[in-house]
Design a protein around this ligand. Sequence first.
Ligand SMILES: [Zn+2]
Length: 834
Amino acid sequence: MSTANLTREETAARAAAVTVHTVRVELDVTGAPDPDRTGFTTVSTLEIETDGAAAGVDTWIDFLGEAVEQVEVDGAPQPVEWDGARIRVRGLHGRHRVRITARAAYSRSGEGMHRFVDPVDGQTYLYTHYEPADARRVMPCFEQPDMKARWTFVVTAPAGWRVLSNQPAVSTSVDGGAQRVEFAETPPLSSYITSVAAGPYHRVEGKWRRGEQTVALGVLCRASLAPHLDADEILEITRQGLDFFTDAFAYPYPWGKYDQIFVPEYNIGAMENPGLVTFTEAYVFRGASTVAQHEGRANTILHEMAHMWFGDLVTMRWWDDLWLKESFADYMGAHATAAVTRFPDAWVTFATRRKAWAYQQDQLPTTHPVVADIPDLEAAKLNFDGITYAKGASVLKQLVAFVGEDAFFEGARRYFAAHAFDNTTLDDLLRHLADASGRDVRAWSRAWLETTGMSTITLERDGGGAVLVQADPRPHRLRVGAFALRDGALVRTGGVDADVVGERTVLDALPAADLMLPNDGDLTYAKVRLDAASADAVAAALSTLDDALTRGLVWSALWNATRDGELPVARYLEIVRRHAGAETHSALRADILANAAFAVGHYVPDAQRAEERRRWLETTWTQLWHAEPGSDAQLAWARAVAGAAAYDDAKAGELRGMLDGAVPTPEGLALDPELRWAWLAALSATGHADAAAADAELDRDPTANGRIAHRTVLAARPDAAVRAAAWRAAWEDESLTNDHLSAMIAGVRAGGRRDLITAFDEEYFARIRGTWETRSIEIAGRLVRGLFPARDSLDLVDAWLAEHTDAPAALRRIVIEQRDHLARDLRVRAANVT
Ligand SMILES: [Zn+2]
């Protein structure tokens, strides 16, 4: 095992032996605009203390980079003992100052100090991203969350740039073409949430005031994106959130200022660096955007803000308790969005989107309890998943219902007060929740946080009554809703609350109904099956249900039954064709369209697939033309057309004509760059756009996004030689950034043209282990997931798994998950053969 993969055991021992007080980090990035400079100088000065045992303490400091040039202890040079990941420091007694001079590398993968050059204006931008353990790619440090330090960052950068870190600058001196910016010392902070950004970022300022406290707000993005930055809405949600959390947690915002910066080629949605939160640029809308996109951004803003307390102020001791911060923040993101923003339906989106992610992950062979066993960093990296976030948040929602909202927040307040600037484990939270509520939260924890999988709940009608049948039983408090068909519409007629514990629960007092919906109101975490009569009722009248959450739960039940091969995919698609056009909830609509497209591609048997693809294209096309001009629905259907048209060229002429301006577009549809590229990629995949068309589009949109889309359009051309070149570049061209790589992968897979890439199936399995060893985990993960062969057989993947039992556990986890997705596709297709 590489020494870069730190284990829980050895980091616990290090924390016991060494205390770190302060770290001063001096970075010199003045050379960043020069493409020939691969790295930069970094100097860490760490004030540490050991227990002074007579023999002296040997320890190590983490660093991944180009070189370690000098190691000094209390001013005396030491031999440099660096194995590429760990710098040895020996013979420590008591208090020491360790100073390490090193050369770190600029990153192209979004890990560490990412460097990006904007093709629009040639400007260079830097930002850092570390979670879980990439701070050591920028500075020598103790890379574990429980060794908190007070940090001082000093950054030397080109004059004229904006330079940012967690804290405000306290001094700036300019010397010729360079400026040296020193930032205020941070409160105690874990390494993975320290942060630096530098470049000619555009900034919009604001303020938030509450009693005595004033917090300076900043919203930043690249200069070329400034015209698209709707900072007013972002600042409004930021103020709403700060009001909400300050009250709810009864602890003033602890980090001074609050900057939110949208950064290029970002690997995740956002990261909760205190005082300098980083976000993906996907949240800066370059063209038309749906309500779901705005709601999603609001949710992310509030999720990250919740982390200022949960995660940053109080931090998990080790990555086993990653869920402590992520489940909590995920819950708070939805809770605060619904409570204080213009998106009161946030729990609908949670019920259908976040929970779908959790249900999917929880059925994989690699699922794990919310409280996971994370022996090392590679395992930690893969655990940012549907269990840690969405299942954890779902069960927290149940906990809030169980102890009551007041007691839950009271417990959180006591937890923050007791553990501010410290590290905790699950037990610490449970203790405060138990004290505040008087409930047995440990039993709840055992049932929900320390188990895997989910119950499947089916309703059986029994004469006049009904029975809930539970597979894989757990204790639930849930509601069964009753709805009757009246004049073709489903109308709520009542419902019954039930405590469901064992395998069979008889329901009394449930009114006769056409639709009976278990888990009405989404009170529990379980897979729900509709009985036959209820399925008939929703097939006829799903879109007449007036409550979005109810519709979302019905759609979720239908989708899960389709994924399990129990609801025929043809019937599912028929229900979509009949009811999706009437859906009014933006996120729910987007999910229905995405699931329908997925079902056509993955679950329809081979013999029917071409026909279903044509029908799906016709559906999206008809809906596009019937949608209200300029509406959210119109935009959603226009995007769905792009997905469908990549598999069937029946509309290629019209799409081509609309892009060329020869054919009118639907009234009110904004043919913005994002939509143009999406349609062009579809045309390319079906052989109706050549390189010249791609280049012409790039002339219209020569931005970073345009260049990424251009790569996909070129790689998507249905020519075996083109796909082969893209395949090879994806694996071998290490100059590709993270986003460039994903663009190439999308091209290789475009249009589901297996015939063009089947020849590479064996090569995939020959390559993945070497790739895992030589590329970063982010890049290797994109390749292993993205290029997994969608074969008609499990033969090759099973052979690889059998031969590579000794492969790194994290790589095996990804391969096992891809195998399971493929096995499900094959199983569901087989079940649908009639
Ligand atoms: Zn988070």
